[in-house]
Design a protein around this ligand. Structure first.
Ligand SMILES: [Zn+2]
Length: 383
């Protein structure tokens, strides 16, 4: 494959705001093939043949017109090993009719089976399918990476559940009473096994002290951000006790009337992989539009959740940071997304078709201190 060709194409046709890399601002004047050769050569050389992880591939993804939101999420997911393994296992199953998951499996398989260790791949089939399936993504506008992550995970789960239902109906799986099974909620899929956690919403009536709790499942947690804070602070805010009063009073079953109450959300079941979304795009009533909160939010490389409920099954679970999707730029409908992932002992920066090795110290500066480079969804892997 002629990688330099793809590089050349995206630079000319679809220039995103690549303010994360000074490299290309100078590179425009150079012959393209020299730029590309240098880049691949340096990545492989920088890591070194001895250190380069066996069976690992670092491939950039071609941008098909503001598709950096998609590319960065795909890279983050590719380096979530439990997710990658399941997608590759799906690829090895008997051929199915094309859907978003078969396209994703083809893409992951194509990266995983490349002869070269580094290079560029065009995720054309996946993008075409995505645009065909969801009109939200069927354009050349910048999209929200978090929205895409959510859509992708839910779509994969739906596809798997639908396939399981079909298999049961075809009698390929041992099945009991079909009527019964149709009424029960569908079994969790591997998407749920990897990403799903449970929140418990506790409400305490301030009159009779009765606590009622309601559980709800999540695939990612969205937390509010504030200036000069940390992930821990954001999570604390998420679980802060809220008082329900005046027009927001709570209907207490015990008192049989509306009462003042305390409400708080806690994590009851911690997911295997925690996806954290920092809500940096906020709707401003005065402006009638979304603006970006360019706040500095510090994040640790290891994270323990403390906002767990008393009956949580695994409250001490430690999470290691494996991927960060970063939005660079000033507003929700512009700017550029990149992904920073940890693979073996390396931190890699994926900026569409460009892949670079980064020092851990430089990354922290890039993602938490630079005012225009900020976090989007956050994927953390359990060690
Ligand atoms: Zn009450």
């Amino acid at each position: 494959m002629d990688c330099s060709f793809y590089n050349f194409q995206i630079q000319v046709i679809y220039p995103c705001e690549k303010n994360s890399l000074d490299f290309f601002s100078q590179a425009d004047e150079l012959p393209v093939y020299i730029v590309v050769t240098l880049m691949f050569f340096s990545l492989e050389k920088e890591i070194g043949p001895e250190q380069f992880p066996v069976n690992e591939h670092y491939f950039g993804l071609v941008n098909f017109g503001n598709t950096c939101y998609c590319n960065s999420v795909l890279q983050a997911l590719y380096f979530c090993r439990p997710f990658r393994d399941k997608v590759l296992a799906y690829k090895s199953q008997p051929r199915k009719k094309e859907n978003l998951l078969t396209c994703l499996a083809d893409l992951f398989h194509s990266i995983a089976t490349q002869k070269k260790k580094v290079g560029v791949i065009p995720p054309k089939k996946f993008i075409t399918r995505l645009r065909k399936e969801n009109e939200l993504f069927d354009n050349y506008m910048q999209q929200d990476a978090h929205e895409f992550l959510n859509y992708l995970l839910n779509t994969i789960a739906d596809i798997l559940q639908e396939e399981r239902k079909q298999e049961k109906q075809n009698g390929r799986l041992p099945n009991g009473n079909i009527d019964n099974e149709n009424n029960s909620p569908p079994d969790p899929t591997w998407v749920h096994e990897i990403f799903q956690g449970t929140l418990t919403n506790e409400t305490r009536c301030l009159t009779c002290e009765t606590i009622s709790s309601k559980d709800e499942d999540f695939l990612d947690l969205s937390v509010d951000v504030e200036q000069n804070t940390s992930i821990t602070h954001c999570l604390r805010g998420f679980s802060n006790t809220e008082t329900l009063c005046s027009e927001y009073k709570y209907y207490c079953e015990e008192c049989r009337s509306k009462q003042e109450a305390h409400k708080r959300m806690k994590v009851k079941k911690l997911p295997m992989i925690l996806a954290l979304h920092l809500k940096r795009f906020k709707y401003m009533d005065q402006l009638h539009r979304y603006t970006k909160l360019s706040y500095r939010v510090v994040f640790p490389l290891e994270l323990r959740l403390f906002n767990t409920s008393g009956d949580a099954t695994n409250p001490d679970r430690m999470y290691d940071l494996v991927a960060v999707v970063v939005h660079c730029g000033s507003g929700p409908n512009r700017g550029h997304y990149i992904a920073i992932v940890k693979s073996h002992d390396f931190w890699l920066l994926f900026d569409d078709d460009i892949v670079e090795v980064k020092e851990e110290n430089n990354l922290l500066v890039l993602t938490s201190k630079t005012s225009h480079c900020l976090l989007g969804p956050w994927l953390v892997k359990l060690e």
